[in-house]
Design a protein around this ligand. Structure first.
Ligand SMILES: NC(=O)c1ccc[n+]([C@@H]2O[C@H](COP(=O)([O-])OP(=O)(O)OC[C@H]3O[C@@H](n4cnc5c(N)ncnc54)[C@H](O)[C@@H]3O)[C@@H](O)[C@H]2O)c1
Length: 275
């Protein structure tokens, strides 16, 4: 208990999935939280959207841990709005110590068949959105005299995957951003790392489109059909990890326990990167 007590943590993509688990894990360990999400469908994606009710529910659950929570509906593609909402929330909570750039999307298609819109939207959210989040938050970490940033990349940030070249390019880009940023902000006592999940049991993968991509041999594959195929991606005999597994790794990287860990790309991947 209390591994980040008295800190303020900001999470994008907070309404559900990994971002939601990060908000709750930080709250359990005593941090006040700024929880941001777009709460609507992003163009070119087929994943059902998160809602403002989802975000409100996360805030309610986190507040039950006795911490303060500020929520905001914002698109990481809108740098101006992001900067403003971050500044207001940081003023409300009295500072900022931890930043989790977690918001992300997925869509699918062979590299040569992707539309310009699908490519640009992917890069804009999954790479430039992470940069915008860093840009909007770093001045507040500097004001605080230090901090920790955890950028959510993917298994696809460390190796190539078929039919998601745009996602893979963006997630590799996040590693490059992390490595350069780590140099730039180290003099201010700010650490920057990435986490690289294998499949995680969230709405991003638990939907008919992704199930069908994993099981093109079946009509309307079930969760178990999907699990069977997903298991072959991992070294450990599991189909996917839980959002809390990623939140636990994030919490470690954000905490004092990791005070000299920076510029590291940490897989949380059940061994998938090595297969
Ligand atoms: N689920 C997986 O298997 C998996 C694996 C590796 C990496 N990841 C990465 O983890 C992160 C979280 O994914 P998840 O599985 O929790 O997905 P999810 O779809 O369950 O949640 C993503 C959240 O991000 C929000 N979001 C999307 N675009 C946004 C934007 N433009 N501005 C603000 N918020 C936005 C969504 O509204 C949603 O609430 C993503 O970056 C994803 O690429 C996921």
């Amino acid at each position: 208990m209390g591994r980040v007590a008295g800190k303020v943590a900001l999470v994008t993509g907070a309404a559900r999935g990994i971002g939601r688990a990060q908000v709750l894990r930080f709250a359990e360990e005593g941090a006040d939280v700024i929880a941001l999400d777009i709460c609507r469908q992003v163009e070119t994606t087929v994943t059902p959207p998160s809602t403002s009710d989802d975000l409100a529910e996360v805030a309610l659950l986190a507040e039950k841990e006795g911490v303060r929570v500020v929520t905001g509906v914002v698109d990481v593609r809108d740098g101006g709005a992001l900067t403003e909402i971050v500044a207001d929330a940081v003023a409300d909570l009295g500072g900022l110590d931890i930043v989790c750039a977690t918001a992300g999307i997925t869509s699918k298609g062979a590299a040569v068949e992707l539309s310009e819109e699908a490519w640009e939207t992917m890069l804009d959210v999954n790479l430039t959105g992470v940069w915008r989040t860093c840009k909007a938050t770093i001045p507040h970490l500097i004001d605080r005299g230090g901090g920790a940033m955890v950028l959510t990349s993917s298994l696809a940030g460390l190796r190539g995957l078929r039919t998601v070249a745009h996602y893979t390019a963006a997630k590799h880009g996040v590693v490059g951003l992390m490595r350069s940023l780590a140099h730039e902000v180290a003099p201010y006592g700010i650490r920057v790392n990435t986490v690289h999940p294998t499949n995680v049991d969230t709405p991003m993968i638990q939907n008919p489109a992704v199930r069908a991509a994993f099981r093109p041999d079946l009509d309307g594959p079930t969760r178990e059909d999907f699990a069977e195929a997903a298991r072959t991606m991992n070294m450990l005999p599991i189909p996917w990890v839980e959002p809390r597994d990623i939140a636990n790794a994030t919490l470690f990287l954000a905490s004092e326990e990791a005070r000299y860990i920076t510029a590291v790309a940490l897989p949380v991947d059940a061994g998938a990167t090595q297969l």
